[in-house]
Write a protein that binds this ligand. Structure first.
Ligand SMILES: *Cc1c(COP(=O)(O)O)cnc(C)c1O
Length: 496
């Protein structure tokens, strides 16, 4: 059965998977969603026998039905290879009563690699399938991790250019250095004087600007997106939840069919939406625990049914979750509205104009799969220190938000269902905050010296991704205001 994709804001839209991947965002401003969520198509027993690549193929082929078997297998083999520092691709570690799904073993040591190491391949196959002649310009806003992972994924990929905008003062020093030192003649990076939401809004605006589209086309370019609004990022992420389940079953940690909970540190709602899709496919998942930092818009939404972005934007130690407009939530809103595009469009219009929307009673009931929680800065640091002191296990700040929320969830609900925590970054990506939590007296100025210290304390080798930027030259120097983003794009592309 072919899965077609429609827009969350216009039910007349119907495109193939490859067309949805190419376009990134629908012209009406909506997100592409599968018309139905396909079933897993294999038994849980069979799932438990699969390695990562086999699981990825099993899951992705159900969504990307216009890819041939060979095309999809080639994409998977090219993505999940020795770029990852472990044969398993995503190890599952049992620590202190939870299972940490380590999604950070890729080239840029954050979970974004899981999708962005395969997206360039999905995109170039999609371009070929649809006879696209233009060069594809990947336009991306990043809260820190997407930028580097996309740059690494697309660097020197033929037929593509990649442009990344990041909030100049809203990312960690290591994150920034990773981006501004990126090599590759087709890579462009600019910091903006603003926060992530402004960067994301600027990018979305360019996507739905017909004038700009024409200017680009005249110069032989077309935009696509590497943000988690692209369905080509979401689908690869569904795979690791199926893999985690199979792994626990294979290791005898759970019985076949036993439900697990999943806790996800959340920003743009992409990662946890992938877990929701995995559940809809038939992976036995009970609760989806959505963990926020002090920017707790989602926590408030799950508690009250009201989404309200009108609040101060707080810079925290988990910058990749410093987000007030979680784009992918629109895909969930669409599902719980009964796949009603008109209703979704109306709610998103309210969000755009007044910054608030309220969902109705039945929609709110449909949210019962989710549980929202949040952790403050102190709790996050305590979670890092607690895991280090009790188990010698060091987690990054984002994962710590999830660990803290999960611990509170277990205490308040008494639900002891076995739980997978999505571990989204290496602690070496957020060395300063991690070291402050576990060794407040280590007050070194230099982030790399701190990384050396962290390595000694944790017994974990410094990842290659950190070593390679230690002495790297800054290549990208552009800084601009949010209003200047279109002009910067044109300058990068050499369009007058
Ligand atoms: C992007 C990111 C998140 C948030 O993921 P979403 O899919 O945007 O919800 C959490 N942790 C880290 C380390 C990230 O890079």
């Amino acid at each position: 059965m072919d899965i077609m994709y429609t827009s969350t804001r216009d039910s007349r839209v119907k495109v193939t998977a490859s067309q949805a991947i190419l376009k990134g965002l629908s012209e009406d401003g909506g997100l592409f969603v599968p018309q139905q969520i396909p079933a897993l198509g294999v038994s849980l027993h069979d799932l438990s026998r699969m390695d990562y690549r086999e699981t990825a193929y099993t899951v992705m082929k159900q969504f990307l039905t216009d890819f041939t078997q060979q095309e999809l297998k080639n994409c998977i083999d090219a993505a999940y290879d020795s770029k990852f520092d472990t044969e398993e691709i995503v190890p599952v570690k049992a620590v202190e009563g939870a299972y940490y799904l380590e999604l950070f073993h890729g080239p840029t040591i954050a979970f974004k690699d899981m999708a962005l190491s395969i997206l360039p391949h999905l995109l170039t196959v999609s371009a070929r399938k649809n006879q696209v002649e233009n060069e594809i310009v990947i336009l991306t806003a990043t809260s820190g991790d997407t930028g580097k992972a996309a740059l690494a994924g697309f660097a020197d990929v033929k037929g593509t250019k990649i442009i990344v905008f990041y909030p100049k003062n809203g990312v960690s020093p290591i994150q920034e250095k990773q981006m501004v030192t990126q090599a590759g003649a087709n890579t462009f990076v600019a910091g903006i004087d603003g926060n992530f939401d402004q960067a994301q809004a600027g990018v979305k605006k360019m996507f739905s600007d017909p004038g700009l589209e024409q200017e680009l086309a005249a110069a032989g370019y077309q935009f696509s997106s590497a943000n988690s609004i692209n369905i080509g990022r979401l689908v690869p992420q569904v795979a690791y939840y199926a893999y985690a389940y199979g792994k626990l079953l294979c290791n005898g940690e759970i019985q076949e069919g036993e439900c697990i909970n999943v806790t996800v540190p959340t920003g743009n709602f992409g990662n946890i939406l992938a877990a929701y899709y995995a559940k809809q496919m038939g992976v036995p998942i009970a609760k989806l625990i959505c963990a926020s930092n002090e920017n707790k818009v989602l926590y408030d939404f799950f508690a009250s049914g009201q989404y309200n972005k009108n609040r101060p934007f707080i810079l925290t130690s988990s910058p990749s979750m410093d987000i007030l407009v979680s784009s992918n939530l629109e895909r969930l809103v669409y599902r719980i509205a009964g796949n009603d595009a008109a209703k979704t469009a109306a709610l998103m219009e309210e969000l755009a104009s007044g910054g608030v929307y309220q969902i109705s009673g039945p929609m709110k009931e449909a949210l019962s799969d989710f549980y929202g929680g949040f952790a403050g800065e102190l709790e996050t640091a305590q979670a890092i220190r607690g895991l280090y002191e009790k188990a010698g296990y060091v987690v990054d700040t984002h994962t710590a938000v999830a660990a803290s929320v999960y611990q509170k969830y277990r205490e308040t609900t008494g639900d002891h269902t076995k739980t997978v925590i999505a571990s989204t970054a290496s602690p070496f990506k957020f060395t300063r905050s991690v070291m402050q939590a576990i060794c407040p007296s280590c007050t070194l100025e230099d982030d790399f010296a701190l990384a050396d210290e962290l390595s000694k304390l944790s017994g974990v080798e410094i990842p290659q991704a950190v070593e390679e930027i230690r002495h790297a030259e800054t290549i990208h120097h552009t800084v601009c205001r949010a209003e200047e983003m279109p002009a910067v794009v044109k300058k990068f592309l050499g369009i007058a």
